[in-house]
Design a protein around this ligand. Structure first.
Ligand SMILES: [Zn+2]
Length: 293
């Protein structure tokens, strides 16, 4: 499943062909993705200029001149393809292979920039919805989302406060979208490894009994920033290097330190431990028991 850095990479890939361009044609080629398309989905998009393309957690948000916002979520297997008269590119490569079967091309936007933007989603867990910007605060899909992990308000003190009194594991707390928005299994494993904190550690230990923020919390927030920024940087260079749809760069795999590396030597200098895997809240946790405490 794409996580925040992948979605941000897709945003940066789509931005040049969407921002400032008019949606000349909008097509929904089936009645639903994860949810049914709204009856007026196409009508509210057609002829609209995209004034900005932003991101909130794992949602892409295209601002339209009408005052509506097009909310797009990639789900498990969704991806975008940009086709221009002279070339074709797919912004963002993910940990899973990109589907190439055009029978799963479910949505098309023909832009006045000359680009066709196609949304392909074999498993159809992705979704799109048009919402009035003035109603965003009440939107159930967005309501309750915690702070952006790369935003200014997310710091060690805030994370410690959100985790105060939580008896769940640190890993479960970080996956809770109300605590911090947009983190998924991969980058939570990576951030915990980088900060040398055990995924089993009790979340409440990010603050002292008196409510003071611990060094653990500071280390963890620093690690979250680093793993996300590194992945976004890798995504950005993949966009520049990307010249064809068939290219499977797979850069994220190369940058993982623990994720999917069960049995390999821990990459922490002088650790000498081995990466282990166990199932936690129904998902695989990868970690090094020797340097993560
Ligand atoms: Zn280690």
């Amino acid at each position: 499943m794409p996580e925040l850095p992948e979605v941000e990479t897709v945003r940066r890939g789509l931005q040049p062909v969407m921002e400032g361009a008019k949606i000349l044609v909008a097509e929904a080629r089936r009645p639903d993705l994860r949810f049914p398309f709204q009856p007026d989905f196409v009508a509210r998009l057609k002829g609209q200029v995209v004034t900005g393309l932003g991101r909130r957690a794992k949602y892409l948000m295209a601002d339209l001149a009408s005052g509506d916002v097009l909310l797009m979520h990639l789900g498990m297997s969704g991806s975008f393809r940009v086709i221009k008269p002279d070339n074709e590119a797919a912004p963002g490569e993910f940990h899973y292979p990109r589907a190439k079967d055009s029978t799963h091309d479910h949505v098309l936007f023909r832009m006045s920039s000359g680009a066709d933007i196609i949304f392909n989603d074999p498993r159809r867990f992705g979704y799109m919805k048009v919402i009035a910007r003035s109603a965003l605060d009440e939107e159930p899909l967005l309501r309750g989302l915690g702070p952006e992990p790369l935003g200014n308000e997310f710091d060690a003190a805030m994370l410690a406060r959100s985790c105060a009194g939580k008896t769940t594991s640190l890993k479960a707390a970080l996956l809770d979208q109300r605590v911090v928005a947009g983190l998924g299994n991969i980058y939570v494993c990576e951030a915990l490894h980088r900060s040398h904190l055990s995924p089993r550690r009790i979340a409440a230990t990010l603050s002292t009994k008196k409510g003071e923020t611990t060094d653990h919390a500071k280390r963890l927030v620093g690690a979250i920033h680093t793993v996300l920024n590194d992945a976004i940087k890798a995504g950005g260079s993949s966009l520049r290097d990307h010249r064809q749809t068939s290219g499977e760069l797979g850069y994220f795999q190369h940058s993982f330190k623990v994720y999917d590396r069960e049995g390999e030597k821990c990459s922490t200098p002088r650790c000498g431990g081995t990466v282990k895997r166990f199932t936690q809240n129904g998902r695989s946790t990868f970690w090094c028991p020797k340097c993560q405490k």
